[in-house]
Design a protein around this ligand. Sequence first.
Ligand SMILES: Nc1nc2c(ncn2[C@@H]2O[C@H](COP(=O)(O)OP(=O)(O)O)[C@@H](O)[C@H]2O)c(=O)[nH]1
Ligand SMILES: [Mg+2]
Length: 180
Amino acid sequence: MGERQHKILFSGPVGAGKSTAIRSLSDIRPVVTDELASDDTSRRKQLTTVAMDYGVLHLDDGDQVHLYGTPGQERFDFMWDILQEGALGVVILVDNAMPEPLASLGFFVDSYREFIGRTGVAVGVTRTDLAPAPALEHHRQLLLDRGLNPPLFTVDARVRDDVALLVEALLCSIDPEVAA
Ligand SMILES: Nc1nc2c(ncn2[C@@H]2O[C@H](COP(=O)(O)OP(=O)(O)O)[C@@H](O)[C@H]2O)c(=O)[nH]1
Ligand SMILES: [Mg+2]
């Protein structure tokens, strides 16, 4: 039977495509809390998410998936704990075009380790059209070195099907009964 409510998070560094992914996937106009970046983030991006993004995905069976994007800047990381409450899992997006994408993936996986241990995780590597390296196998190896083997894809956050596949894989890895 449908009409269950699910909650998942999108996390990852500034510019990885969290706000864009939620906009691509959401069936409602997403709620965004982007502000002009005031610190060193502004060198990379003029608008940055300060509190969260929010959207909703309606599944065919009537279930709803509530999509929450976490702020990327570390000074807002208190929001991460708040947003984790009741969430089924996290999609970590990594910007392959940033200087140290593997270090960034490691940072986010480590930050969410306790949460991931009791929920689920899927990883999307974005902006590979701009930066094909490091290859997906290097991201895979970093995750394996941490004892993780989650769904892992290259995605373009602007492409709905890419983001949908990632969310579907996350939901299936948590509960095969929930199909996106
Ligand atoms: N070229 C390219 N741009 C992307 C891709 N994914 C996202 N973007 C762009 O990256 C920029 C940053 O995305 P945004 O959603 O604001 O990142 P956030 O800080 O994680 O919320 C936006 O201009 C997106 O359109 C991708 O795969 N390739
Ligand atoms: Mg954002």
